[in-house]
Design a protein around this ligand. Structure first.
Ligand SMILES: [Zn+2]
Ligand SMILES: [Zn+2]
Length: 200
């Protein structure tokens, strides 16, 4: 009888120990998940950014916003570079000057001034960056815009930035990939230069 109780007690204690171990394991998993999830980390610190996230859609407006972010000192121009009395409708992807409807050429949702449409059409282009940004890290691609301006101002080296959007279903936001395109023959040199530029 005593022996029987003793054996049962042992089983009960073993059972309880297993449950405790299981609970510890579960708590551990929950803690690790919480620590690894960037959403919960930033929830309190950046609610404004999170709320804005669903508004980011792939439009010219977004591109403008990003360009603005890239250079806050940029002066907003409203009239065509060629026709000072005509309101502008958009900016050339290469020179970033703004132009009226007559002066701006659209090709596959990309906009160029007449001069740079020729540059675009007559060259082979190579993408040299693919930098991911998220609503939590909106500044990660800024150096690309700065670099683009830098090579244009210094040497009139043409390049253009494309933004590729991907919806992150798991995290419920839109990721953007900032892609700098340069003329193929410049690609190797500019790849090196942008790495150095980023590291500054
Ligand atoms: Zn242009
Ligand atoms: Zn014009």
């Amino acid at each position: 009888m005593n022996n029987f109780l003793h054996e049962n007690l042992f089983a009960i204690i073993l059972f309880l120990l297993m449950i405790i171990l299981l609970l510890i394991g579960l708590i551990g998993v929950v803690i690790i998940k919480l620590l690894l999830n960037p959403k919960s980390q930033t929830n309190s610190s950046a609610p404004a950014v999170k709320e804005e996230a669903p508004l980011i859609i792939p439009t010219v407006e977004t591109a403008k916003k990003l360009r603005k972010l890239a250079d806050e000192t940029v002066v907003e121009k409203f009239f065509c570079e060629n026709h000072p009395d005509t309101p502008s409708v958009g900016a050339c992807l290469i020179c970033e000057d703004v132009f009226c409807e007559k002066c701006l050429i659209e090709h596959d949702s990309l906009y160029f001034c007449k001069e740079h449409f020729r540059v675009f059409a007559n060259n082979k282009w190579k993408q040299i960056t693919d930098v991911k940004t998220t609503p939590n890290t909106p500044d990660d691609g800024l150096f690309i815009y700065h670099f683009k301006r830098h090579i244009w101002r210094d040497n009139e080296t043409p390049s253009f930035v494309l933004t590729h959007y991907k919806i992150n279903i798991e995290e419920d936001f839109i990721e953007s990939f900032i892609q700098l395109n340069v003329i193929e023959k410049d690609a190797d040199r500019l790849s090196d230069e942008i790495e150095k530029y980023k590291a500054r």
